[in-house]
Design a binder for this molecule. Structure first.
Ligand SMILES: Nc1ncnc2c1ncn2[C@@H]1O[C@H](COP(=O)(O)OP(=O)(O)OP(=O)(O)O)[C@@H](O)[C@H]1O
Ligand SMILES: [Mg+2]
Length: 259
């Protein structure tokens, strides 16, 4: 018997699709039904088709980069991962912005399971670079308060955007840049929520359950964030109406959705 409080597969599907819409590099997903049950199909990013057949792209988890074992995983932090990126990754600025955006998105969609094996980097023997994001799955939460599986900075892992903003310098982001990332994510989640719930055929009961609990929980919000600031430009609206219906980021060139 399924004892889940909500459809976990659909919630993960919606979170992964929203992650792509807000501009994160994320594994692509598709939902299917098998034997009357929803399943999530996730495209592997560590396999490449070549003339000689399938090849494997090596990757290391953040836990490995931290040189931590499972028992010490509680010491893993975004702050230290950002430091490793600054010192050892190719294109640190791009990877740092991506990691910061993943952190804030995890908070905005209630994915508190962002432990050090749910972050990874490709390794080609010389360079490191973040793999696409994966396993972004809104988690059950009891009360208002929530905490991330990895520390955000110092000893603080509370799922508040304020903590991310305070830590923006670790990701080489200014306060304004960090705020803009959060506002844009929040806006795009609000704009695309109904559409994605329909796409996932989420029940009304689950929709009510997840909204403002897992997705955009008020606990995450920080007073300083301006409410309802529009990031949408006319071109996005037209593209949204004519193509895939998703409202995409202002900054990214609109590409047709492949879902
Ligand atoms: N799209 C992908 N391509 C390649 N490898 C992947 C992909 N998604 C996940 N993985 C790898 O598979 C592992 C398990 O996947 P995932 O984290 O989604 O499973 P899980 O059962 O939800 O794990 P947990 O609950 O422990 O976080 C990941 O740690 C990662 O190494
Ligand atoms: Mg995982």
């Amino acid at each position: 018997m399924n004892s889940d409080l909500f459809s976990v597969v659909k919630a993960e599907y919606i979170a992964m699709r929203l992650a792509a819409i807000v501009g994160l590099e994320v594994a692509s997903v598709r939902m299917a039904t098998v034997s009357n049950r929803d399943i999530l199909l996730i495209k592997r990013f560590d396999r490449k088709w070549t003339k000689g057949g399938w090849t494997r792209q090596a990757l290391v988890s953040a836990l490995t980069l931290f040189v931590l074992d499972e028992m010490m995983a509680r010491y893993a932090s975004y702050e230290i991962l950002a430091e490793i990126i600054r010192h050892r990754f190719i294109d640190p600025k791009k990877n740092l912005k991506e990691l910061f955006s993943r952190l804030t998105f995890n908070i905005l969609c209630g994915n508190t399971d962002d432990h050090a094996r749910n972050h990874a980097a490709f390794w080609n023997g010389r360079d490191l670079g973040l793999t696409p994001a994966y396993d972004i799955c809104p988690q059950v939460r009891a009360g208002n308060e929530a905490s991330q599986a990895m520390l955000i900075s110092g000893n603080n892992n509370l799922s508040r955007l304020e903590n991310c903003l305070k830590s923006a310098h670790n990701f080489l982001l200014s306060g304004d840049e960090a705020t803009a990332i959060i506002e844009e994510q929040k806006f795009l989640i609000e704009q695309n929520w109904d559409l994605l719930c329909r796409e996932a055929q989420l029940s009304d009961v689950d929709k009510k359950y997840l909204w403002k609990r897992q997705f955009l929980n008020p606990y995450a919000m920080q007073k300083g964030l301006r409410q309802g600031k529009s990031f949408m430009v006319a071109a996005d609206v037209v593209a949204a109406k004519s193509a895939c219906l998703c409202v995409h980021r202002q900054s990214a060139k609109h590409k047709p959705c492949r879902h």
